[in-house]
Ligand binder design. Structure first.
Ligand SMILES: O=C(CO)[C@H](O)[C@H](O)COP(=O)(O)O
Length: 246
């Protein structure tokens, strides 16, 4: 979707559909990114209009600041404990609802918050839905300590998985290495295609120095895909976690 106004309308449609699922008293996880920003604004407006009592945990400092400024009650995740629902965006969504996340650099907190939630509702415009993941560079959060060594392990892993020589880029912001909310670095893996997300996720998780990767496996329950005309399509995972483990 190249028209920014159309993309914005599609994101708003998805965000509104997700906010409509919120019930009074819920404990919510709030995502990060441009779609999540729209969602937080819609949520705050609805919460104020209907005097909803909500407890929110944010997936980034930016989201926490925005939500607080709009009057939502934001608390540390550990103060709330279990969440009823997390609403978050995604960079890519495949037919199993496996996601690539982390384009906004918040993948670590996003995954922790999603994992603490009863349900993860993904909100996105149609451009995010793909048959196979990997067109969007896969973000991998790494420690600054031993960066070269970690990167070498990642290169070896990619070579073992027949993905040798794919560019691995250290994310930059304003000419300096980008730092996450946790003070870590991000490597963006330009893979082109990810034939086996499970194997890649397992391989990345086994590398010392990798803090977390942007593959979200068996975390999303539904995806609400907005269209510029305001309609929304609901996607459900082809494989449920239970089936997956059977
Ligand atoms: O994972 C994320 C941030 O880390 C975002 O959810 C993802 O990048 C999608 O962002 P946007 O809604 O701006 O397209």
């Amino acid at each position: 979707m190249t028209d920014p106004a159309a993309a914005d309308a599609a994101k708003r449609a998805a965000a509104r559909a997700a906010v409509a699922m919120v019930q009074n008293g819920m404990r919510l996880g709030l995502g990060t990114g441009s779609t999540a920003v729209i969602m937080v604004r819609e949520l705050a407006a609805r919460a104020a209009a209907e005097r909803l009592s909500l407890r929110c945990a944010a997936t980034s400092v930016a989201t926490a600041d925005l939500a607080t400024s709009l009057g939502l009650k934001v608390e540390p995740l550990d103060a709330i404990g279990h969440l009823d629902m997390t609403i978050d965006g995604a960079d890519e969504i495949d037919p199993d609802l496996t996601l690539i996340k982390g384009g906004g650099g918040a993948l670590l907190r996003e995954k922790i918050v999603a994992a603490a939630s009863e349900r993860m509702v993904v909100i996105a415009d149609g451009a995010k839905v793909v048959e196979q993941l990997g067109g969007f560079p896969l973000p991998v959060e790494v420690l600054a300590f031993g960066l070269a060594s970690t990167q070498q392990h990642i290169d070896h892993l990619l070579a073992r998985m027949d993905m040798a020589d794919r560019p691995v880029m250290l994310r930059q912001r304003s000419g300096s290495p980008y730092r996450t909310d946790e003070g870590n670095l991000i490597l963006d893996l330009e893979l082109g295609a990810i034939p086996d997300p499970q194997a890649l996720a397992a391989g990345l998780s086994a590398i010392p120095g990798v803090v977390e990767h942007g593959l979200f496996l068996c975390l999303a329950d539904i995806a609400l895909i907005g269209q510029p005309d305001g309609t929304v399509t609901l996607l459900e995972a082809d494989i449920t976690p239970e089936e997956d483990l059977a």
